[in-house]
Design a binder for this molecule. Structure first.
Ligand code: CA
Length: 188
């Protein structure tokens, strides 16, 4: 009887050092797994936010370029839809207004109310750059001076590409929008 009582008391004598260590390790593994899950979710949500912002910048830039076609031709209009140095008139004067190369992005379109030009103003949007590439396309039926077979017509078709590059940590990602704009009116 005495022996039985002694055995019970020794088996329930409490946790040994090893028991505690094992429990701590199991707890740590659990906490680490939880933390890595939370961190992963935060990174993913930030990455989705940055992607959404890049898409919005690309879309608003493209809209701004497209709406330029409809503006007063005495102020801006179709002839200004080009990169700086492009869209040369008969006297050789370039009329394109969009900045060349990969540029920082500012929040306000500036006095000309057009996004992506030299007068853009306001705070910089961090970790984002934008490139606007506007290319004249040849219309074989109405060739322009810069076509393989040159002709006297004004350029009527331009392809537009807007690339918005953004950073997720150290990783560069890009949102690209492309469209083709034409300046035909009935009768052309
Ligand atoms: Ca502007």
């Amino acid at each position: 009887m005495t022996e039985e009582i002694e055995m019970r008391s020794s088996s329930s004598a409490g946790f040994t050092y090893i028991d505690v260590m094992i429990a701590v390790v199991i707890l740590m593994v659990g906490i680490l797994a939880l933390l890595s899950g939370v961190t992963g979710a935060i990174v993913q949500s930030r990455s989705q936010e940055a992607q959404l912002q890049a898409k919005q910048i690309a879309a608003s830039t493209m809209e701004s370029i497209m709406s330029l076609k409809e503006t007063d031709p005495n102020r801006l209009g179709w002839i200004t839809i080009g990169n700086i140095g492009a869209n040369i008139d008969s006297q050789g004067n370039p009329r394109g207004i969009f900045l060349n190369g990969e540029r920082v992005v500012r929040e306000d379109p500036g006095p000309d109310e057009v996004i992506g030009t030299a007068d853009d103003t306001g705070p910089l949007i961090p970790n984002v750059t934008r490139q606007i590439i506007i290319t004249d396309e040849c219309d074989p039926d109405r060739p322009s001076y810069n076509c393989p077979t040159p002709g006297p017509n004004e350029v009527k078709i331009r392809s537009v590409e807007v690339r918005v590059t953004y950073l997720i940590g150290a990783i560069r990602r890009q949102e690209v929008l492309r469209t083709v704009l034409t300046d035909y009116v009935v009768g052309d």
